[in-house]
Design a binder for this molecule. Structure first.
Ligand SMILES: Cc1ncc(COP(=O)(O)O)c(C=O)c1O
Length: 382
């Protein structure tokens, strides 16, 4: 079955029985369930922190869409990452992370270093020989990367990293927030986990913060669910419902946004105030062929280096259609300067290491008319 068909009728495919024939996911906004009134049901619900039919429905759909053995939906994307670290790492363990990753991942790993002496090495996964050398020098338990990387827009070879992880007996997780399962399925390339923020494209309307973690190993699925309950990371039924509203249109939204992004990126690439555009959908992107092979749809996010920091600030200030907001994947277009938001704590030297400058702007393209967006940028750069 094609993903579009699964997502168009999630209530039908979610494996959570509904004897009323609802046309969309019902919200079970309840903390507790009466055990006596569920006699004869396959699954007995008691407390919504552990299980809730609305959240379970979403989990079953995500698990199918990612090709996993099970999924746990969390209250934020960061919570899903925290569960990943909790389930795979013990005090003193080491983790290998792509150096161009979401700023919040750095922050979370800093907290875990303080608390549990979790040691993190940041590497460039587009250089497999260097990575293998690092692996042989440490006892790593987990590899985590994003592809495309955020905000650097690098494409990493997920099958090659999975093979490396397997060779050295290391678990491999991909943060799939940017691409989403509508574009790529990391488990199909050999990853053990796909972790993602559903705050972004998946919910798609900027109405909720939420996350999910999918594993291909049924034992890991059980462990994650146990920890989610123990640590209280569960997504609320109402938030699960909000996320579900974005699902039927996800692949369609992403394809329209991709087309818009390509046109805007091409326009900016020829603009005199622009030094560089990084979008994997442009043929001059260094990993264009890999991007085409790995992703069905190019996610509508890219970075642009302006001639100066003041030009970058001016473009954002003068734009009327792009809000200055964090996050991406929503119906409305956004711009942000990563060095001031997601990577605000980075030193100049650390910014350079991941290819960012103070004049780098990350652009997330929404569902507005493409020409309106181009006209707006043209005006902002005048
Ligand atoms: C790649 C990536 N992963 C995870 C997260 C965290 O998601 P959330 O904001 O839903 O906690 C973000 C947030 O921007 C992100 O960009």
């Amino acid at each position: 079955m094609k993903l579009e068909t699964l997502l168009a009728n999630i209530v039908h495919y979610c494996d959570v029985p509904d004897d009323k024939g609802a046309s969309h996911l019902p919200i079970y906004n309840t903390a507790t369930f009466d055990l006596k009134r569920q006699q004869g049901n396959d699954r007995i619900y008691d407390y919504s922190r552990s299980d809730n039919p609305t959240r379970n429905a979403l989990e079953n759909i995500f698990s199918r869409a990612e090709g996993g053995a099970g999924c746990t939906c969390t209250n934020t994307g960061v919570s899903a990452l925290a569960l990943l670290f909790d389930v795979t790492l013990r005090t003193g363990d080491a983790v290998l992370v792509e150096k161009d990753c979401y700023g919040g991942t750095y922050r979370l790993l800093d907290v875990l270093k303080e608390k549990n002496n979790i040691r993190t090495s940041y590497v460039d996964f587009s250089k497999p020989d260097e990575v293998e050398q690092v692996i042989t020098q440490g006892d790593y338990k987990l590899i985590l990367c994003e592809s495309p990387t955020n905000p650097g827009m690098k494409i990493l070879d997920l099958a090659a990293i999975a093979a490396l992880a397997k060779k050295y007996g290391i678990l491999f997780a991909v943060d799939n927030s940017l691409a989403t399962f509508a574009s790529q399925q990391p488990l199909g390339f050999g990853a053990d986990f796909s972790v993602f923020s559903t705050t972004k494209f998946v919910s798609g309307h900027g109405s909720v913060t939420a996350g999910a973690i999918v594993s291909k190993d049924p034992d890991m699925v059980k462990k994650v669910r146990y920890l989610s309950n123990a640590e209280g990371r569960a997504q609320s039924p109402f938030d699960a419902f909000l996320v579900s509203l974005g699902l039927p249109t996800l692949p369609y939204r992403m394809r329209i946004q991709e087309q818009s992004t390509l046109k805007i990126a091409m326009f900016l690439a020829t603009h005199p105030d622009v030094v560089q555009v990084k979008f994997p959908g442009l043929p001059d992107h260094p990993q264009y062929d890999l991007a085409k092979k790995q992703m069905k749809i190019m996610p509508a996010v890219f970075t642009v280096n302006l001639v100066s920091e003041s030009k970058a600030e001016e473009m954002i200030r003068k734009s009327e259609l792009f809000g200055e907001k964090p996050s991406f994947g929503s119906s409305d277009s956004r711009m942000e300067i990563p060095s001031k938001m997601s990577h605000a704590t980075f030193s100049e030297a650390d910014l350079v290491k991941i290819g960012l400058t103070r004049a780098t702007v990350r652009i997330s393209v929404g569902l507005e008319d493409t020409q309106d967006l181009i006209d707006d940028i043209m005006h902002a750069l005048k």
